[in-house]
Design a protein around this ligand. Sequence first.
Ligand SMILES: Cc1ncc(COP(=O)(O)O)c(C=O)c1O
Length: 466
Amino acid sequence: MSHTHVAGAIHADVSVSGPGWLRRPTDVNALVDGLWSSGVRRRPDGELEVAGVPVTALAAEVGTPAYVFDEADLRERARGFAEAFAGWRVYYAGKSFLSKDVARWVVEEGLYLDVCTGGELAVALAAGIDPARIGFHGNNKSLAELQAALEAGVGRIIVDSFIEIARLAELAAARGVQAPVLVRVTAGVEAHTHEYIATAHEDQKFGFSIVTGDAMRAVEECLGAPGIDLRGIHSHIGSQIFETAGFEVAVRRTIGLLAAIAERTGQILPELDLGGGFGIAYTTLDDPRPAAELAEHLNAMVEAECRSTGLPRPELSIEPGRAISGPAALMLYEVGTVKPVVLAGGGVRTYVSVDGGMSDNIRTALYAAEYSATVANRASDAAPVLCRVVGKHCESGDIVVRDEFLPGDIAPGDLIAVPGAGAYARSMASNYNHVPRPPVVAVADGRWRTLLRRETVDDLLALDMG
Ligand SMILES: Cc1ncc(COP(=O)(O)O)c(C=O)c1O
């Protein structure tokens, strides 16, 4: 049964069984397959561990909330992409999560690195990453950012507007160098995902449209600029994509564009970057494809288009972010309060308030993203109850996990783990309500270390010049 509510749709679901997709677990302690990093398991005493470290030990030493990366899992995912996409350049999209260690890990596993601001570039360079392995994105790179990219000698600069092409050409010419460039195009694909994270349809800020001819004009401007070495084109169709149909259209249109460029200018551009967007499992709703299967599909699509256009196979790249960092981390919270709320239809939803929230993971509030959760410090015999895991912020939309079954005896002091917290959580974190951002720790072989330390109120006050 469903009721509307003046406060909006998120309050309207009054069923004690939750939304249709949510399965009432037969064992509330069981970890759902595919959501957790490979080092996460429940110990015989019922507590979760990550790569051999019990979560209560982590909570005692690091505090909560905390992002907990499983280093081996992240490395395996990076290596898995590098192996599956052999012969391609696989860029790790640093926007999903970046620290110096993570930059080094992905490069050690054979990947390249995609950054999209001067800040991300600075982290990559501070990590000692070979600039030639770095791709630099962004629809509004500042002059200082373009200068920094040229000075460092980054491997690819992905241009996104006519103004930027002119700026970059001038800066490069003034330095007496040629900037290695890809032109970002919109392939006109609206990937099957939430509207705000779909980026290749026409009415949005990224890229040059193929259909309007802007993409061709951008290519011609680059070819005519002595400061630019045009290597190819780039397309990114969206995020959290499970269907390869969107990529199929993108491959057809981008290789079609390469063919049109060859016909019009006589130049065969050697490179094609198909972007990121490969989906991961946050809940039982999601069914991601293994990297090997994606690679097989994308290779077949490219072969088919090259055959039909008569073009040689381009040098190919992809840019997975979430698919590498997302499942590799869980978020560890401590429960502060538990409040059963009787809903309009008579059902009860148990609001479980944790010590973080929308400042450490904005995705639920921003994209209506779904997450899962489990009680992490113990197993429970209690029957599952429908819960909503919420944060501590002054916002009723401050939801971490909209719908999940947790044991009915959940209580203050329990630890909650949320899987899939490695991507776009810490990297999009804020200080809303002057809450310091949580630390990021990495666990490997029974030991943990800090990648990013916890912010303190002193850090926040240090910015306040009053
Ligand atoms: C250009 C580009 N490449 C790669 C990515 C990474 O996407 P994902 O983390 O979904 O793989 C993004 C995400 O916004 C992007 O804009």
